[in-house]
Design a binder for this molecule. Structure first.
Ligand SMILES: *Cc1c(COP(=O)(O)O)cnc(C)c1O
Length: 375
């Protein structure tokens, strides 16, 4: 699905030098490399504060902790997503309220959010799924109207841009009160281990998040609140300093691969190719197609695998049907779009190293094999 090794081969000398420098100086934790990366990313995104943390899940947890929410406060999040978003809500004793997604963009649907707001709602956590931004203009309006915090899960969408009706262009993760991203190796800006970051333009929330990520401590060994230990290490920061310089190029490569796929599948009536919303660019963390219900997805995936072509289902079970999250408030059938997507989506290989020969091999096989997989 990804090819991190070939990508490394093209930047090997720079990455190796950066890692070597960290080892020589022995600043493994909270060293100058982490500050350098933080500043580079602040400049790149045009955001006031980047707070590097241990991973994307921590970024979400620390962001929610920074808002000072109370037990039982409701947090709205989509049911069709990676588990981390709702997981941290539940872990903090907050109440996850799940909503359905838009059938075209796979991001939370504005109408479902509006319907889910109650007097207990305190925050909305949109997920910019697969690399395009949720309907942020409408979500921001709802948040303002109901005095809700907005924390963006931008773990899959770094470098995606959103254009507001007034022409203002914002980077993904920099529109709400806080934004979260992950530097997991397969993400669009991936390091060589775990890493993550919080983005915010709010000085108070930034101070709060920095304090919480560091054991609730501002002055050494004086603990003002209960915090956690979550930090990006210097070796990962060294890798990210190099890769950030190539992020625009990496994004273009993903978009070019998506273009190839779209053209190759244009005439296949069993495949719905990704739909880009009008206000957001798509950075294709995943290239995810929807198969016609007449196609046996498992069989297609198996036949592709036999040809050496990986494919994955992101995500096979929506949150409200996950064993750990079963809740009397929800039942099968409540979120029809998400439930249908979980039955019909299929993600194909997507990364920065796909060449036209590989893409042609994949698309030829998909178009050909899909005929044999009709139910
Ligand atoms: C990857 C991801 C996360 C979690 O990031 P980690 O760094 O793996 O903790 C959270 N939300 C979404 C949507 C993700 O894709």
């Amino acid at each position: 699905m990804v090819d991190v090794k070939s990508q490394y081969d093209r930047i090997k000398s720079e990455v190796d030098a950066g890692i070597q420098e960290v080892i020589e100086t022995a600043f493994f934790v909270k060293g100058p490399k982490v500050t350098e990366f933080q500043k580079d990313l602040e400049r790149f995104l045009g955001v006031k504060h980047v707070i590097p943390v241990g991973n994307g899940t921590d970024a979400l947890q620390i962001s929610l902790m920074s808002l000072g929410l109370k037990r039982g406060d409701e947090v709205i999040t989509p049911t069709f997503t990676f588990i981390a978003t709702a997981e941290v809500v539940a872990l903090l004793g907050l109440t996850p309220v799940v909503v359905d997604v838009d059938p075209d963009t796979f991001c939370m649907s504005l109408e479902s959010v509006e319907k889910a707001i109650t007097p207990k709602t305190k925050a909305i956590v949109p997920v910019h799924l697969f690399g395009q931004n949720a309907e942020m203009e409408g979500i921001l309006e709802l948040a303002a109207k109901h005095h809700l915090y907005l924390v963006e899960d931008a773990c899959q969408s770094i470098n995606s841009e959103y254009t507001f009706s007034d022409g203002r262009v914002c980077m993904s993760g920099c529109m709400g009160n806080m934004g979260c991203t992950s530097f997991f190796p397969s993400k669009n800006l991936g390091c060589y281990g775990d890493g993550g970051a919080i983005f915010t333009n709010d000085d108070n929330l930034a101070a709060e998040a920095r304090c919480i990520a560091n054991h609730g401590m501002v002055v050494r060994y004086h603990h003002d609140k209960i915090g956690v230990n979550s930090r990006l290490d210097s070796i990962q920061a060294a890798v990210l300093c190099v890769k950030l310089k190539y992020l625009n190029d990496y994004t273009k490569r993903r978009q070019a691969a998506a273009d190839f796929y779209n053209k190759a599948f244009a005439n296949c009536s069993w495949i719905k190719t990704p739909v880009c919303g009008s206000k957001s660019t798509h950075v294709f963390h995943q290239y995810t197609i929807c198969l016609d219900e007449s196609v046996d997805r498992d069989l297609l995936s198996k036949k592709l695998d036999e040809k050496g072509i990986p494919s994955m289902v992101y995500y096979p079970i929506p949150l409200h049907l996950q064993k750990a999250y079963l809740d009397e408030r929800y039942k099968r059938g409540d979120f029809p779009v998400s439930e249908k997507l979980s039955q019909t989506v299929l993600s194909l290989p997507m990364h920065t190293e796909l060449d036209n020969e590989q893409l042609a091999y994949i698309t030829d096989n998909v178009c050909h094999l899909i005929e044999e997989c009709r139910k």
